[in-house]
Design a protein around this ligand. Structure first.
Ligand code: IPE
Ligand code: IPE
Ligand code: MG
Length: 252
């Protein structure tokens, strides 16, 4: 027998925006499959990255509409430098292109841009575009759009450990007082809640060095859909499924 609630659920049209009080506060997405999307269409890989950029705009709006507070997007990993130079160069131009097209609208929509990743290796033109967007949106109070760019979770954790070690060596910190909170303070995501929902597109079932610490109790949702094709409806399907999950955190 269906309860009234089940009936309502089954009658939901897939294009409806999820509602209710358990909308994930932080959604993190491993945007994967740009290259395969392009290949399937006989296009160069960079065409996939270009269309992936359009998906970023779409999904940022869709997440905001659903009431998500933080959207973290894995845009470039510390391992992606292994790719051919031309592809890396193209990827490093995308933040500028994206922000020159979209920064105005992001500001209008009260979006706050952030970045987590190692800044040292990023080309100046990439970093300055992002720093400018961060600066111009710093006082915004709406959706936090957090780009993981030249991000690697292991590197991030090693850096946090180093920070603590330096404080201990300087006599400023007693190792016995180090707890999860102290370690977390040294992570690039410090100040943000842990992701509630992790999405990975393109059918790959792995984390690829993404937020290993922060995803400890996140709900995972995978889809075969390539990132350039990822739509509002896919996001909302993921959120609706998230809303059905029971998060127990080891309890009952
Ligand atoms: C994701 O798409 C974008 C980045 C990793 C920069 P890919 O470029 O990894 O696309 P596939 O996985 O090769 O299809
Ligand atoms: C993960 O995708 C990194 C980003 C989406 C930015 P990759 O395509 O680099 O991951 P692997 O190599 O398939 O694990
Ligand atoms: Mg990939």
């Amino acid at each position: 027998m269906f309860t009234e609630q089940d009936m309502q659920h089954s009658q939901l049209k897939s294009e409806e925006i999820p509602s209710g009080d358990n909308i994930p506060e932080h959604v993190a997405i491993i945007m994967d499959g740009n290259g395969r999307w392009a290949k399937a269409r006989g296009l160069p890989r960079i065409a996939g990255h270009h269309n992936g950029m359009k998906a970023i705009k779409r999904i940022t709006k869709a997440a905001d509409r659903a009431g998500v507070k933080v959207l973290t997007l894995y845009a470039f990993s510390t391992e992606n430098w292994k790719r051919p130079k031309a592809e890396v160069e193209f990827l490093m131009k995308l933040p500028q292109e994206f922000l020159s097209l979209e920064l105005g609208e992001l500001i209008e929509n009260n979006v706050q841009v952030k970045m987590m990743g190692n800044r040292d290796l990023l080309p100046d033109h990439t970093l300055s575009a992002i720093e400018e967007a961060i600066r111009q949106t710093a006082n915004n109070t709406g959706l936090i759009l957090n780009f993981a760019l030249n991000y690697g979770s292991r590197l991030e954790m090693v850096e946090s450990a180093k920070l603590l070690a330096r404080k201990v060596a300087a006599g400023q910190l007693d190792p016995e007082t180090i707890g999860e909170a102290e370690f977390e303070q040294g992570l690039l995501s410090s100040g943000l809640p842990d992701p509630d929902l992790l999405i990975r597109t393109s059918g790959e079932l792995r984390l690829s060095n993404f937020m290993l610490w922060q995803l400890a109790y996140s709900e995972f949702w995978f889809t075969e859909v390539y990132w350039p094709e990822f739509s509002d409806q896919h996001l909302y399907d993921a959120i609706r499924e998230y809303q059905q999950r029971a998060r127990r955190y080891g309890g009952l």
